[in-house]
Design a protein around this ligand. Structure first.
Ligand SMILES: [Mg+2]
Length: 247
């Protein structure tokens, strides 16, 4: 195995939420933000809390449906817009997108923290000559995701970042892995995919021929065998194929 790059899932692989705010707290923050957002735009809404909840639930339902069918990313602003309309609130497409951004509670505020050994492991892999990429399923990309990475100390100068909502496909769809490989100008056999989902990360990458490392989690697929299984991110550094990058 001649590896030149390591691709990482993010959620529960590089960061997790060890102390998430209680659901009621999340809902209150989202409601407060929805209320302020709608007030600033002068859009009447009888119950911003109900609206925020409905838009968020609709987004999650759409993502779940896409994950279990064609893995094509839904247009979440359209989904939120329809949910708002069902509650009698008329939003444009861009207003619906902005509402979702407004009520999204992420990063440290969302209780997220990087695994303690994640940053040092990434830096050590880089110093061994590996190029590093992200392959992640998320409904929010753009600057928000980059600033969450910065806040959690995971802004290590990624060589490739493939975010499902930006690329248009969800793991395990091959297009998301291919997007990262194309950015790195590498073939699948030259890359390792690291993630905590057997179904999305390991199986998805294996279909294309990438090597795989699984951060042990509750298994979400049967009959999937990664090349390497670990508990702590830093264990990757002791796996022989990651001793140093192929030239
Ligand atoms: Mg994950």
């Amino acid at each position: 195995m001649q590896l030149r790059a390591v691709l990482f899932d993010v959620g529960d692989t590089l960061w997790h939420a060890p102390r998430p705010p209680r659901p009621a707290e999340f809902r209150k923050k989202a409601a407060d933000r929805a209320r302020a957002f709608l007030r600033d735009l002068g859009i009447p809404c009888p119950d911003p809390e109900v609206l925020a909840r409905a838009a968020w639930d609709a987004m999650e339902d759409a993502m779940r449906a896409a994950r279990s069918t064609d893995r094509v990313e839904p247009d979440y602003a359209s989904v939120a817009r329809a949910a708002a309309a069902a509650h009698g609130v008329s939003l444009s497409h861009s207003q619906a997108a902005a509402l979702m951004e407004a009520i999204y509670i992420s990063g440290g505020e969302g209780g997220k923290a990087a695994f303690p050994d994640a940053r040092d492991t990434l830096l050590e892999l880089r110093s061994r000559g590996f190029r590093l990429g992200i392959v992640t399923n998320r409904a929010f990309g753009g600057e928000r995701f980059r600033s969450d990475l910065r806040e959690l100390g995971l802004d290590i100068g990624w060589d490739a970042v493939a975010v499902s909502v930006e690329v248009g496909f969800l793991k395990p769809h091959p297009a998301l892995f291919e997007h990262a490989l194309a950015a790195l100008e590498l073939s699948p056999a030259e890359a390792l995919m690291v993630g905590n989902s057997l179904a999305e990360d390991v199986s998805g990458a294996q279909v294309l021929g990438l090597a795989t490392a699984w951060k042990r989690s509750r298994p979400d697929a049967e009959g999937v065998t990664p090349d390497f299984t670990f508990d702590q991110v830093s264990e990757l550094l002791r796996w022989p194929p990651l001793k140093e990058a192929a030239r």
